[in-house]
Design a protein around this ligand. Structure first.
Ligand code: NAD
Ligand code: MG
Length: 394
C-alpha cells in the first residue's frame, strides 16, 4: 500500500491525483493533504479521503482548518505553515509525494521529499526550472525516485528504458527528444493580433483543463519553455538535443529519437490521470479512469507544425535562459510568475508578459548561481525587478 501526500490537493493536478487514488483503494491511500489557502476545499477533500494529516500553507488559517475538521467529526490532524508541509512530506506519514503546488512555492517541499528519499510524482515543473540540478542531486543521494507527471516528460519517461533502478532513465543511443505542444488557444495567430486578448481567452485551453497559471503559460508557450528546462534536468539531455513540435490534437504526448533512426512516442487522451497513474504506480500499471484512444473517433489525423517564435517569444527566452545557465532560469521563472499574475489581474497586456521576462533576464540573467541561497536570491531579485516593470506598465 502506498501512502500518498498530495501537496497542492485542491488544485487541478491534486483533483486528478485524488481521483486515481480513490480508484485504487487496495494499492493507494491519501495520508496527507496540503493546500495553500482554500480551507473549505481542503476540509471537503478530508471528508472524502480521510487522510491522517491536513496542512494549510497560510498559518493564519489553522483555526479555520481545525474548526472545519471538527465540524465534520474528522480525526484528521490539522497543521499549518510551509515548515509543517516540509516536515510531513519527509516523515513516515507518507512514502510517496505528489508535488503539485503551482510555482516556485513548491520548491521547498519538492526538495524535502527528494532529500527524504520519497517516490515523487512530480508535477511542479517550476521547482526544476529554479533549482533542477539541486533537486536531481538530492534525489540521487537519497535514492528518491522522481517520476515526472508533466504529460510530456511522463511520455519520455515511458519511452526510455530504465537504468540503475526504477526511475533513472537510460539515455544511451538517444539522439534527441521532441516535446509536443498543443499550441494553446492562440495557435496560428500573429503577434499583433494578440495585443488585446483577455485572461478569459488565454485560460480557455483547447485541449487540457488546468489551473490558471499553467493555462496562461500554455497560451504564451512559456509552459513549453519551462518544460524544455525541466526535460534537461530530468533526463540529462543537452539543450541542443531538445526540440519542440506543435501538435494541436494533444494525443502524442512527446517523442524520443534514437541514433538508429527509431522514434518512439507515447499516445493517449489528454487527461492528466494517465500520467498520475504512472507516477503513483510505476512500474505497475494502475486503473486511471481514462479510456483508450480511438484515433478514428478523434478525427482520424495527427497534425504537426513548427512553433512560431515570433508570435510566442517566451519559448525562445526559455531556450536562451537554459543556454545562459547560472541564475537565468530562476530569473525567467520568477519574472514569468509575476507577469502572469499581473496579466490575470488585468494590470498588463498579454504581450507584456514576454516583455517583463525579457527585461528581467537582461537585467539579472547573467548572475552566477549554483547553490540554493544564490538561486533563491536570484528568484527574489527577479520578482522585485519584475514588479517594478509591471508598475511601470500598469
Ligand atoms: P492549480 O492552481 O490548479 O493548483 C495549485 C495548488 O497549489 C492548489 O492546491 C493550491 O492550494 C496549492 N498552493 C498554491 N500555493 C501554495 C503554497 N504557497 N503552499 C502550499 N500550497 C500552495 O495548479 P495546477 O494546474 O494543478 O498545477 C500545479 C502544478 O502542476 C504546476 O506546477 C503546473 O505547472 C503543473 N502541471 C499542471 C498540469 C495540469 O494539467 N494542471 C499539467 C502539467 C503540469
Ligand atoms: Mg506539460
Amino acid at each position: 500500500m502506498r501512502r500518498v501526500a498530495v501537496v497542492g490537493a485542491t488544485g487541478s493536478i491534486g483533483a486528478s491525483a485524488l481521483d486515481v487514488i480513490a480508484r485504487n483503494p487496495g494499492r493507494l491511500a491519501a495520508s496527507v493533504l496540503v493546500a495553500g489557502r482554500n480551507v473549505d476545499a481542503l476540509v471537503a477533500l478530508c471528508a472524502t479521503h480521510r487522510p491522517e494529516h491536513a496542512v494549510i500553507a497560510d498559518p493564519s488559517l489553522l483555526g479555520a482548518l481545525r474548526d472545519g475538521l471538527q465540524a465534520n467529526r474528522l480525526s484528521t490532524q490539522a497543521h499549518a505553515g510551509m515548515a509543517a508541509i516540509d516536515a510531513l512530506v519527509a516523515s513516515d506519514a507518507c512514502d510517496t509525494v505528489v508535488a503539485a503546488i503551482v510555482g516556485a512555492a513548491g520548491l521547498d517541499s519538492t526538495l524535502a521529499a527528494a532529500r527524504a528519499g520519497k517516490r515523487i510524482a512530480l508535477a511542479n515543473k517550476e521547482s526544476l526550472v529554479l533549482a533542477g540540478a539541486l533537486v536531481m542531486e538530492a534525489a540521487r543521494e537519497s535514492g528518491a525516485a522522481i517520476v515526472p507527471v508533466d504529460s510530456e516528460h511522463n511520455a519520455i519517461f515511458q519511452c526510455l528504458p530504465a537504468r540503475d533502478g526504477l526511475a533513472a532513465r537510460d539515455t544511451r543511443g538517444l539522439r534527441r527528444i521532441v516535446l509536443t505542444a498543443s499550441g494553446g488557444p492562440f495557435r496560428g495567430r500573429s503577434r499583433a493580433s494578440l495585443a488585446d486578448v483577455t485572461p478569459e481567452q488565454a485560460i480557455a485551453h483547447p485541449r487540457w483543463s488546468m489551473g490558471p497559471k499553467i493555462s496562461v503559460d500554455s497560451a504564451t508557450l512559456m509552459n513549453k519553455g519551462l518544460e524544455v528546462i525541466e526535460a534537461h534536468h530530468l533526463f540529462g539531455v543537452a539543450p541542443a538535443a531538445i526540440d519542440v513540435l506543435v501538435h494541436p490534437q494533444s494525443l502524442v504526448h512527446s517523442l524520443v529519437e534514437f541514433v538508429d533512426g527509431s522514434t518512439l512516442a507515447q499516445l493517449g487522451l489528454p487527461d492528466m490521470r494517465t500520467a498520475l497513474a504512472v507516477g503513483l504506480g510505476w512500474p505497475e500499471r494502475l486503473e486511471s479512469g481514462v479510456g483508450g484512444l480511438d484515433l478514428v473517433a478523434q478525427g482520424g489525423r495527427l497534425d504537426f507544425e513548427a512553433p512560431d517564435l515570433d508570435a510566442f517569444p517566451c519559448l525562445r527566452l526559455a531556450f536562451e535562459a537554459l543556454a545562459a545557465g547560472g541564475a537565468a532560469p530562476a530569473v525567467l521563472n520568477a519574472a514569468n510568475e509575476v507577469a502572469v499574475e499581473a496579466f490575470l489581474a488585468r494590470r498588463i497586456g498579454f504581450l507584456d508578459i514576454a516583455g517583463v521576462v525579457a527585461d528581467s533576464l537582461e537585467a539579472l540573467g547573467a548572475q552566477a548561481a549554483v547553490d540554493l541561497p544564490s538561486l533563491l536570491d536570484a528568484d527574489r531579485l527577479a520578482r522585485e525587478h519584475a514588479i517594478r516593470r509591471v508598475e511601470a506598465l500598469a
